[in-house]
Design a protein around this ligand. Structure first.
Ligand code: ADP
Ligand code: MG
Length: 242
């Protein structure tokens, strides 16, 4: 069973077709990279998967549940999906520990002690030991983004969606965040990653989808897409960006 499945997903803003007949299968313990020019629909695809956008046609499944069924409780679905965006979006008035434990405690009803134990273990694993009591503005951008990843993991999600998580970082801070994603892949986390870091996509992705104008223009293994892309448009994109 796939962790995520999209079938013929269509999303329209006004007259603009942003996702057109998109199919996607994400098997457990795999990494899918979404690549493509700005405006090709990567973020919208991730937002549809997390029910931050409603689809206009098609269907999406999270494991065996069709989450585009109108009777489905979106909050319940989001509990099972971790999301990290480009801007870290930490709450500035909360400590690192409170940022991480807020959702487990408030949304999932986990006891404070249990939530904090898990948070501290995750911070430790992501190289943030000792930062639990700090406020976000005391941390570097790379550290803040790693805290955002810990926060997304704190609810033990089935699926992690990462949207350009290094795009807002100074170049020297990108590596530490990518290293965390590498570690998560090693742990078997199922992830869908929108990224402009082609070297990284090539390295970690099991499946690569090249989006153009809201369509999956070409898909394949990392070796296929980066090694010998079939479509002219994919070749052009990769020539420009790498
Ligand atoms: P990407 O993440 O690949 O850069 P997006 O999914 O953000 O692409 O955007 C795809 C297209 O959808 C763009 O043309 C963008 O302007 C448009 N778009 C995204 N969100 C909205 C919105 N809320 N309303 C109208 N248009 C939007
Ligand atoms: Mg985007």
């Amino acid at each position: 069973m796939n962790v995520l499945r999209m079938e013929s997903v269509r999303k329209v803003f006004g007259t603009h077709v942003v996702l057109d007949d998109v199919d996607l299968d994400v098997p457990p313990h795999t990494v899918t990279a979404l690549i493509g020019a700005s405006g090709s629909g990567k973020s919208t695809l991730l937002r549809c998967a997390n029910l931050l956008e409603t689809v206009d046609d098609g269907a999406i499944w999270l494991e065996d549940q069709e989450i585009t069924d109108p009777r489905v409780d979106a909050d319940d679905v989001r509990k099972r999906i971790g999301v990290v965006f480009q801007a870290y979006n930490l709450f500035p008035h909360l400590s690192v520990l409170d940022n991480i434990t807020l959702a487990p405690r408030r949304v999932h009803g986990v006891a404070r002690r249990e939530a904090e134990d898990r948070a501290l273990a995750l911070l430790d694993r992501l190289g943030l030991r000792g930062k639990a009591g700090d406020y976000p503005d005391r941390l570097s951008g790379g550290q803040q983004q790693r805290v955002a990843i810990v926060r997304a993991l704190a609810t033990d999600p089935k699926l992690l969606l990462l949207d350009e998580i290094t795009a807002a970082l100074d170049p020297e801070l990108v590596g530490e965040v990518l290293e965390v994603v590498r570690g998560l892949k090693g742990d078997g986390m199922t992830m869908v990653i929108a990224t402009h870091e082609m070297g990284f996509a090539r390295e970690v992705a099991d499946q690569v989808c090249f989006l153009a104008d809201g369509r999956v223009h070409e898909r394949g293994t990392s070796a296929e897409i980066f090694g010998s892309p079939r479509e002219e448009r994919t070749q052009q994109f990769l020539r420009r960006i790498t």
